[in-house]
Structures are given as structure tokens and as C-alpha cells.
Design a protein around this ligand. Structure first.
Ligand code: UD2
Ligand code: MN
Length: 579
């Protein structure tokens, strides 16, 4: 009962696909798809394009058996419309174990059809949008290293099923040196069997190159007008591509991202929380991507709620960019390794060099967010840290010091040399990081640049300092004291901003219950919760009281008390503007 190359649904022979024509075009476009940053990559990494038509010969019967076995594992209807699913209870223990290694429920994924449907998560207004019939074509580029087979092919099916064929020029898979058995012969055979001829191309790299270089090679071989990057564990909704292509057609310097829906790592549920609500990209001074709310100035600038929304940064995995513009604007920093940082690098670069980064609310793509990386990091290298040091050096000017204050050890680490990036920046006349902050991310607190006083805030009498006690910048917690120390990470860095907030990067000290001091998100700060530094005291205007050290149970705590001249209300900042 084996599949034969001549079975129905296999379209190689009948599709009218002309391989010779394609080869000619690819050869021509390859010469355009390059820049100074790609050259060294091509010297170090060999790539081969697998001839998938060749995989139609009969010497692959074993793989056909495996593909048939996979099909038998699928439970019809499970997870359809993106509904939440579970494995049968007797398999739960096995599924949980796999999850610990692979960071998502692979066993469940194997039971869900690779062709399942997902819900339309767009806001209602999107359904009335009309898109041009002559949009640019796109090359969807999917890079992967040792990703699970079923989530990878589900990504392929959803793109093929939900993108009008005339806009989908090709899908380019770039295999970053996977060694999982599934991703060798079986994947090739599967593609040849299940997908229209010529739509999916497979590129294999000669060594583990990291996602940045893998994307560059994908972009190098791509022929569509637009490059559309996806991770290898995504699903798209209907009409996901049109709004992205439409926007690039209007403005070739717009770099566009869908709203990222969630595919639950445990239940495979496809969802998006909270109606019309979505967020855009920000960053922390420690060099991490974050989600932030749309500021009022941007909400007012854009025409409709569902219009393209400018975003200071992008998450990095899912975005579209005009193919030629990608090469004009500095592709990627090819000296970045493995994973991390390239998304902020690209965001800062696009904005500083004249483009825009936008979230297109009518485009939706789901992504499995995983708690850890299921693939290895050779030599345990901190690629995110090193890559971020490179982007700080190349794009952040003096503001790089704010990053280094979180990662002191990286200042002298061997992140290489960014001379080529700096030369590119100069040649392109790109703007400063200060321009980016002042114009594109106006609400971003610029730490020491926006403050009158900062550093450790010490009460000399008790030798205690304000301390965030290792809370993250999104927690709410009561402000505590800890013996002053010179720490590697700035848990004792507090600032008195020009506006009068006593704060850290995102959290502000406010009047809490029982005259305690509560750290809250600065966005939600009461307008009167400002502080004045007078005669060594920190005076809170809302309570009209002073920050005080109180000892209870042998420990020091902060509180707000009526101002006196006592030493437990004296504070010193160890750095300020005049020093
Ligand atoms: C996010 C991005 C991801 C990337 C990353 C920062 C989204 C949804 N995802 O992390 O695309 O921008 O931030 O670098 O915005 N891969 C390789 N070679 C490697 C490492 C990874 O090919 O050496 C592949 C991997 O198989 C996957 C893709 O790169 O297909 C992204 O990796 P991830 O899914 O682990 O990253 P994620 O989503 O945590
Ligand atoms: Mn991912």
C-alpha cells in the first residue's frame, strides 16, 4: 500500500513547473543578492541546494513508510480551528518527558494534522480591507536547526494553504546543519511528495552557522520581490501575507511584522488574548527585547486602529522586507553568532538609516514560544550577550555604557571588531542613537541622560543602600534596603529623574499603603508621586513626607515619615551630573 510517485496529489509532472526557467532567473538574481557583509560568510560556509525533483525516484521507499506511519498517528479533528488539545492520559508522562527536552509538546504535535485550521484572530475592521491584485511576490525564508519535524511541516502547509500562489514565489528552507534523522531524507521526500513542484527549496549549510548567517544565505538565494522571514514553528492565518506585501508596495523602506499570535507550547492552542489589544516592540538597557504599549503619539498619528503601527523594535523572527532594500540597508551583522541580538541591531539600524519598523495589525502569524532552546549552543557561548555588545558598539553611541552597566564583563569580552558596521553607518549617513530615542521611542527613559542624580542611594548612618532585591523591572515590590556593595549588576542603581521620579529603568517609587514605599510601573505612577532632594532628604510630594530608614525585627526597611533632621532621613547619591 505504498505511495507511488504517480499517486494523485503529487503535482510534479502536471504542474507545468519549468525548472530550466527558474534556474536561469535564480542565477541572475544571485548576483544582485549580495553585499560586503555576505562575502566573508560565503567564504566560510558552503551551502548546497538539494534537488528535490530528484527525490521523486523510487529509491526512497523507507521514507515513504515513515511518512505513512506519521499519517497514522494523526487524530482527525484534533486541534482543529486552533483548539486546545491534549494527549490521551496514558501518554501524558511520555509527552511531559519529551517536553522537558524539546521545549514544546512534540507528541501532541504529531497527533495534530499538519493541515489543521486556525481561527481568524484579526480585529473586525481588517475583514473589510481590500488589497491590490498585483502585490509584490515573496520568498518565505525559514531557517532551522534541529527543529521538530511536525511543527516544521505544519509551518510549510499553513504558508502554502493560506497564501495566494501568485504572491508566494517560493519557500526557502535553510537547514543550519541539523543532524536529526527526520530532517534528512524524510523531509526531502515529504516535500517532494506533498507540495507543488518548485515551491519549496531546501538549502543545507556545511556547518552550524547560527540564525543570522543562515538567514543571510536564505536571502542570497531568494528571488521573490520581498523576503519574508519565519521561524520553523509558526502557523499563519488566512490573508496574513497581503497586508504585509501591500505596505511594502506602498513604501519599500517599511520593514513589516505581523502581530504574533500564540501557539501554546503545551496544548497547541492557537490564540490571541484580549480583542483588539496588541503591543509593539521596545527594549531594556540590559539589551533585551520587550513588549510595550502603543504610546499616545503613535495612536494619534496612525489613521485607524488597524493601520500600520510604528514600533521602535521588532521581536526578530517574523518580518518582511523588500529584497533589494535588505541588501542596501546592511543585511545583517554577519559576525553575530548563533542566536540573539540581531533583532535589536536590525531595528536600530533600519530606523537610524532612514527606514521604518512597523507592526501590521491585519497580518497574524502564530508562533510557539518556548521556555528554552531545544538545540545546542556549541561551547556554551553567550551569543546573545556578545551579539548585543556588537550592536551597542555599532549603533548606540554613548548609550552603550547603559548596556555595559548591566553587563560589565562584556565590555572587555571578545566580541570582535565592528569597524565595517561603523563604516557602513557613516557611508549611509545614519542618524545617532539619541535621534532614535528622541524621535522614535520618546517615552524610553534614558537613565543617567535623563536624571539629575543617580548611582547608589546610601543612608550613611546605617550604611544601607536602596536595592531592588533582584526583582525584575516588571514586578511590583516594596522598596527595600541592603548593605551597600559594588555589585556586578546594578541592583542598587537608582535615579532621580529630571522630572522628579525616584526610579529605575521602568519602575518608580510611589506612596504605598501604610506609608510604605512601593515600586510600580512608571507608566502608572500617580502624577504627584514625585520626589525632591533637599538638604540630603528625599521628600515625597504626594505624602509630604521623607524617605526614612526604620528598623524592625533587627532589619532595616524604608518608610515615609514626617521630615525631621534625624540621620535616618539622610541620603547620598554616589554619582551626579556635576561629578
Ligand atoms: C526570537 C525570534 C527569533 C530570533 C531571536 C533572536 C520571534 C518569534 N522569534 O527568538 O527569530 O530573532 O528572537 O535571535 O520573534 N536557529 C538556527 N540556528 C541557530 C539558532 C536558531 O537556524 O544557531 C533557528 C531556529 O531553529 C528557529 C529560529 O532560528 O527556527 C529562531 O530561533 P528560536 O525559535 O529558538 O528563537 P525565539 O523564537 O526564541
Ligand atoms: Mn521561535
Amino acid at each position: 500500500n505504498k505511495l507511488k510517485a504517480t499517486d494523485k496529489g503529487i503535482s510534479h509532472a502536471s504542474s507545468g513547473y519549468n525548472a530550466a526557467e527558474d534556474t536561469e532567473l535564480r542565477r541572475k538574481v544571485l548576483l544582485e543578492n549580495t553585499d560586503e557583509f555576505l562575502e566573508p560568510v560565503l567564504k566560510e560556509v558552503q551551502y548546497v541546494e538539494i534537488d528535490l525533483t530528484d527525490r521523486m525516484t523510487n529509491s526512497y521507499d523507507d521514507y515513504d513508510d515513515e511518512i505513512e506511519d506519521d499519517v497514522k498517528r494523526i487524530k482527525p479533528g484534533l486541534g482543529d480551528k486552533g483548539r486546545k488539545a491534549t494527549v490521551p492520559s496514558y501518554q501524558k508522562a511520555v509527552a511531559d518527558n519529551i517536553m522537558k527536552k524539546e521545549a514544546f509538546n512534540r507528541l501532541l504535535s504529531e497527533m495534530i494534522s499538519p493541515n489543521r485550521t486556525v481561527p481568524d484572530t484579526r480585529e473586525a475592521a481588517c475583514k473589510n480591507e481590500v488589497y491590490d491584485t498585483d502585490l509584490p511576490t515573496m520568498s518565505v525564508i525559514i531557517i532551522y536547526t534541529n527543529e521538530a519535524f511536525t511543527s516544521l511541516i505544519r509551518t510549510l502547509h499553513s504558508v502554502i494553504n493560506r497564501t495566494p500562489s501568485k504572491f508566494l514565489r517560493e519557500i526557502v528552507l535553510v537547514d543550519d546543519f541539523s543532524d536529526h534523522r527526520d530532517l534528512k531524507g524524510k523531509l526531502e521526500r515529504y516535500i517532494a511528495r506533498k507540495f507543488p513542484a518548485g515551491k519549496i527549496r531546501l538549502i543545507k549549510l556545511s556547518k552550524r552557522s547560527g540564525l543570522i548567517r543562515a538567514r543571510m544565505i536564505g536571502a542570497h538565494v531568494a528571488v521573490g520581490d520581498v523576503l519574508l522571514f519565519l521561524d520553523a514553528h509558526c502557523e499563519t492565518i488566512d490573508q496574513w501575507a497581503e497586508p504585509l506585501l501591500q505596505r511594502i508596495k506602498e513604501d519599500r523602506t517599511a520593514v513589516v511584522c505581523p502581530i504574533i499570535d500564540v501557539i501554546d507550547d503545551k496544548t497547541m492552542e492557537y490564540y490571541h488574548g484580549n480583542g483588539e489589544f496588541f503591543q509593539i516592540g521596545g527594549f531594556t538597557w540590559s539589551g533585551h527585547f520587550t513588549w510595550i504599549n502603543i504610546p499616545t503619539y503613535e495612536a494619534e498619528r496612525k489613521k485607524h486602529h488597524h493601520s500600520p503601527t510604528r514600533s521602535p523594535t521588532m521581536a526578530g523572527g517574523l518580518f518582511g522586507i523588500d529584497r533589494k532594500y535588505f541588501w542596501e540597508i546592511g543585511s545583517y551583522d554577519s559576525d553575530m553568532q548563533l542566536w540573539g541580538g540581531e533583532n535589536l541591531e536590525m531595528s536600530f539600524r533600519i530606523w537610524q538609516c532612514g527606514g521604518t519598523v512597523e507592526i501590521i495589525p491585519c497580518s497574524r502569524v502564530g508562533h510557539i514560544f518556548r521556555d528554552f532552546h531545544p538545540y545546542s549552543f556549541p561551547n556554551n557561548v553567550d551569543s546573545h550577550g556578545l551579539n548585543t555588545a556588537r550592536l551597542a558598539e555599532a549603533w548606540m553611541d554613548d548609550y552603550k555604557e547603559l548596556f555595559y552597566s548591566h553587563r560589565k564583563e562584556l565590555k572587555t569580552a571578545s566580541w570582535g571588531d565592528v569597524a565595517k558596521r561603523l563604516a557602513f553607518r557613516k557611508r549611509k549617513n545614519c542618524k545617532s542613537f539619541k535621534w532614535f530615542l528622541d524621535n522614535i521611542y520618546k517615552e524610553k527613559f534614558q537613565m543617567t541622560f535623563d536624571s539629575k542624580l543617580y548611582g547608589q542611594v546610601k543612608n550613611p548612618d546605617s550604611n544601607q543602600c536602596l536595592d531592588n532585591m533582584q526583582h525584575s523591572e516588571s514586578d511590583e515590590y516594596s522598596l527595600e534596603l541592603y548593605p551597600c556593595h559594588s555589585q556586578l549588576y546594578p541592583s542598587q542603581l537608582f535615579l532621580l529623574s529630571n522630572k522628579g521620579e525616584l526610579r529605575r529603568e521602568a519602575e518608580c517609587a510611589s506612596l504605598g499603603s501604610d506609608d510604605k514605599v512601593q515600586m510600580v510601573q512608571c507608566e502608572h505612577l500617580h502624577a504627584k508621586d514625585l520626589w525632591d532632594y533637599r538638604d540630603g532628604q528625599l521628600y515625597n510630594m504626594r505624602s509630604e513626607k521623607c524617605l526614612t530608614v526604620k528598623v524592625a525585627d533587627g532589619k532595616s526597611h524604608t518608610a515615609l515619615e514626617t521630615c525631621t533632621s534625624a540621620p535616618n532621613q539622610q541620603w547620598e547619591f554616589d554619582a551626579h551630573k556635576d561629578k
